[in-house]
Design a protein around this ligand. Sequence first.
Ligand SMILES: Nc1nc2c(ncn2[C@@H]2O[C@H](COP(=O)(O)OP(=O)(O)OP(=O)(O)O)[C@@H](O)[C@H]2O)c(=O)[nH]1
Ligand SMILES: [Mg+2]
Ligand SMILES: [Zn+2]
Length: 288
Amino acid sequence: MSAGLIIKAISGEYTVILPNQQSIICKPRGLFRHHEKSPIVGDVVDINETERVIMSIHPRKNCLERPTIANVDKVFLVFSVIEPDLNLNLLDRLLSIIEYQDIDIVIIFTKLDLLSNNQNIASVKEYYQELGYRIYQNDDPDFINNIKNEVNQHICVVAGQSGVGKSTLLNFINPELKIKTNVISTALNRGKHTTSHVELIKIADGWLADTPGFGIADFEEIDLLTLSHTFREFYQASSLCKFSQCTHIDEPGCEVKRLIGTNHILVTRYQNYLLFAKEIKETKKNKY
Ligand SMILES: Nc1nc2c(ncn2[C@@H]2O[C@H](COP(=O)(O)OP(=O)(O)OP(=O)(O)O)[C@@H](O)[C@H]2O)c(=O)[nH]1
Ligand SMILES: [Mg+2]
Ligand SMILES: [Zn+2]
C-alpha cells in the first residue's frame, strides 16, 4: 500500500501521484459508493498499486466546493481589470469566504495591457495591499518568479470568472502545458467556462489547479458578526466601536462608519459588506 495525491478526477478515474513521481490511474474501492464521501482532487489517498484501487482517504485539512478540491493551502484570485471589468463585489465576496476558511490568499490582476489609464486600478490595488493582501500583475517582469515562489511546496488553486485569464496564466508559467484558452466574447456567449475540469499541475515544487469555477462557496455557514470579522479593516476598527458586537450597520458610535466618513475605508468595501449582510439575513429568514 502507498500513499499518493489525487491530481485529476475524470468520470470515476483518478490520477494518483506517488512520492517517487510515478502516476497511476486508479478506481475507488467499491465501498466508497455506499458512503457519502468519495475521493476528490487534492485528497491524499492510500492505494493498492497492483490492483490500482484507492483504499482509503486521509483526513482533509479543508474542502472547497466550487471548484471541488481538498487540502488547499492557497487560493489565487484572478481578476482582469477589463474584459470583464474588475469586479470588486466578487473580489470582496471571495476574500470573505476564503478568509473564513482560513486559507492563504493571493490576488492576481490581468489585462492591464488593455487599459489606457490605470489610475483607478492603482489606488484600488494600494488599498487592498494595505489590508495585507499580496497582489501581482501579469505584466510585471518578475511575475512568473513571484508566482512560482508562491506555489512552491503548496497545493494552490486559481479562482475567478470565466475569461479573466486563469488558463492563460498557467500557460504563461509553463508554455509546454498548452491548456485551451478562449477569446472572451465566445467564452461569455457560450455561458460556460472553457476549462471544464479541475486538475493539479506541477509548478516548481508545488501544485497549482486550473479550474472552471469561481463560486468556491456561499455565505451559508457564516453569520453576520463572523462576516464582519472577515473584512480585515472592519475587524481592526471594531475594538473602537461603542458596542463590542457591533455589526457596523445601524449601531450608534460605530468606528467603521466613522472611517468611511473620513475616507479611510473604501466605500465599495462597505457597500459590498451591506449586500452580503442582507444576503445572510435573507438566507436565515428562509431557513426558519
Ligand atoms: N490582452 C490580454 N489578454 C489576456 C490576458 N490574459 C488572458 N487574456 C485573454 O483572455 C482570454 C480568456 O483567457 P482564458 O485563460 O481562457 O480565461 P479563463 O479564466 O481560463 O476562462 P475559463 O476557462 O472560461 O474560466 C484569452 O483570449 C486570453 O488570451 C492579458 O493579460 N492580456
Ligand atoms: Mg480556463
Ligand atoms: Zn461598528
